[in-house]
Design a binder for this molecule. Structure first.
Ligand code: 5GP
Length: 206
């Protein structure tokens, strides 16, 4: 019996800054050809090694605000005193073309997508949310400082935000407590594989 093509899925991963999300997402994308990255937008300046349109769309605040007014974003949020947002154009065409997507956004963004998924037929039953939880607060601080790229006030702000974010893990479909890089990757792969096999409500007859 031939199977209908399963709908494309949108995997959302959140977790405090410094918990290894970017490294984990980069590896997942590298080793999963079916999965493509959603490039989000920000008004923060690029970090060393970051490239416009690859790591983020780096916008001036005035440009960002114009796009907000034009309704170009699925969601946007102020994170660490900068704006971040997910352009609809980065999601809709790709999902319609059957491409699975990986989106790395904060807890406010994930909550906005959960709401959209309940309301918008094109996202219904396609959004899977994963919270990457640092093993403990001390380890998170060590990882944030080890990154060496952020000034001290930013690190303190990120630690404060982390506490608030961690309190929201219960709203996610999965909570992945971060261990070493290998085990984080294997467990994220397991989630992807299982979700790809899950029979979704739109194909069920009862
Ligand atoms: P960073 O400045 O370290 O790259 O990212 C800071 C935070 O912003 C991270 O938690 C990241 O997941 C989040 N973020 C990145 N893009 C977006 C977005 O489009 N929307 C929201 N809500 N958060 C985002």
């Amino acid at each position: 019996m031939s199977q209908p093509k399963p709908p494309a899925l949108l995997f959302i991963i959140s977790g405090p800054a410094g918990c290894g999300k970017t490294t984990l997402c980069d590896r997942m994308l590298e080793e999963t050809p079916m999965l493509k990255r959603v490039v989000t937008s920000t008004t923060r300046p690029p970090r060393e090694g970051e490239t416009d349109k690859v790591d983020y769309y780096f916008f001036e605040e005035s440009t960002f605000r114009k796009k907000v007014a034009a309704g170009d974003f699925y969601e946007y949020a102020e994170v660490h005193s900068r704006f971040y947002g997910t352009l609809k154009s980065e999601i809709d065409h790709k999902l319609a073309d059957g491409v699975d997507l990986l989106l790395n956004i904060d807890v406010q963004g994930a909550a906005a997508f959960r709401k959209c998924a309940a309301e918008e037929p094109r996202l219904r039953d396609r959004v899977i949310t994963i919270f990457l939880m640092p093993p403990d607060h001390g380890e998170l601080e060590r990882r944030l400082r080890g990154r060496g790229s952020d000034p001290e006030p930013d690190i303190l702000l990120r630690l404060k935000t982390a506490k608030e974010e961690m309190a929201q893990y219960g709203d996610y479909d999965y909570c992945l407590v971060s261990g070493d890089r290998e085990s984080d990757f294997k467990r994220l792969q397991a989630i992807y594989t299982a979700e790809r096999m899950r029979v979704r409500s739109e194909t069920k007859t009862v």
